[in-house]
Design a protein around this ligand. Structure first.
Ligand SMILES: O=CC(=O)O
Length: 333
């Protein structure tokens, strides 16, 4: 005989998890969170019985950046209503194709903002103070080193140019203010005077920002308009003492041009949480340069952000299922 609890679980909307790790495709704590609202189905379960299991799925929770949702998958899910992306960037999803199936897409712009802004600051400080190089020498067999060999530069009172002043860019500005940085920003839409004053940020044309900044931080979404936004010409405008930091998407930078600029020292350094592709092939020239820091796209990889993203995605997906206003829906461009 079925218990009331099992019956209730069966009544919950079916949710497919697309991710890696744990038995469910995400950490068990996230799976437990999702299970409060959905009947959770793993990819393995779907593949074992596509016909029956496919009909139950109304939502997909996407926790990875890799492109995995194709036409064939969507055709096997006749009752799919919403794809809840865990994260703000949705460039790994084919929005046009998904919308042709009448499926909504949602993202989590609020949950990611603090952790990603922290990552931008961490990369800026690590690069300025040569943290990775310093850490490598400190644990190397070579003990004959001196602080004077490792002079960095101060972030305090330096000029930071933020390209992309959305939620994350603005959080970066709030943090940079505490370092007394001069903050320039460029954005599609100018922020209000009150917002600019609150963080001490000045709106700037791209060219001026690139010419004046000691640190240029990229915080834009990847769209056809921002692909290769930073190329040879833009890198050429930067100071030879400047550092480029990227916490958005790798394809926002023309990577060949970046390699050239770093090799020729026309800019000083780069600190990248994102590259194109991810991970970079092990023989990629960026990996051979000592004026580059690369992290494996971990801007949102914190305990707090992962849980907040799941909560935000759950709220979005339930709104779609309950025909309520959707807090964060993404539309094809
Ligand atoms: O890269 C992280 C995100 O898109 O949220």
């Amino acid at each position: 005989m079925r218990t009331a609890q099992v019956m209730a679980e069966q009544d919950l909307p079916g949710l497919l998890i697309m991710g890696i790790g744990g038995t469910h495709g995400v950490q068990e704590s996230l799976a437990a969170l999702l299970k409060k609202h959905f009947s959770v189905i793993t990819m393995k379960e779907l593949l074992e019985n596509k016909k029956e299991v496919g009909k139950k799925i109304q939502c997909i929770f996407v926790s990875e950046f890799r492109p995995t949702i194709d036409q064939e998958l969507l055709e096997s899910l006749p009752n799919l209503k919403v794809i809840g992306n865990s994260g703000v960037g949705v460039d790994h999803l084919n929005l046009k194709m998904i919308s042709n199936f009448g499926v909504r897409v949602t993202n989590t712009p609020h949950a990611v903002a603090d952790s990603t802004a922290d990552m931008g600051m961490a990369l800026m400080l690590a690069s300025a103070r040569r943290l990775v190089e310093g850490s490598q020498i400190a644990v190397s067999p070579d003990t004959n080193y001196f602080a004077a060999d490792w002079l960095g530069v101060e972030v305090t009172r330096a000029t930071l140019g933020i390209i992309g002043m959305g939620r994350i860019g603005y959080k970066v500005a709030q943090r940079a203010r505490a370092f007394e940085m001069k903050i320039l920003y460029h954005n599609r839409n100018r922020r209000s005077q009150e917002e600019e004053q609150a963080v001490g940020a000045c709106y700037s044309e791209m060219e001026d920002l690139l010419q004046q900044s000691d640190f240029v931080m990229l915080v834009v979404n990847l769209t056809p308009q921002t692909e290769k936004l930073i190329g040879k010409k833009e890198l050429g405008l930067m100071k030879p003492t400047a550092t480029l930091i990227n916490i958005s998407r790798g394809a926002v930078i023309d990577q060949d041009a970046l390699v050239e600029a770093l090799q020729n020292k026309t800019i000083k350094a780069a600190a990248l949480d994102v590259t194109y592709p991810e991970p970079l092939p092990r023989n990629h020239p960026l990996l051979k340069l000592n004026n580059v820091i690369i992290t494996p796209h971990i801007g949102t990889a914190t305990v707090q952000a992962t849980h907040m993203m799941a909560e935000e995605a759950i709220a979005n997906m339930l709104s779609v299922l309950n025909c309520q206003p959707i807090p964060s829906e993404v539309f094809p461009q």
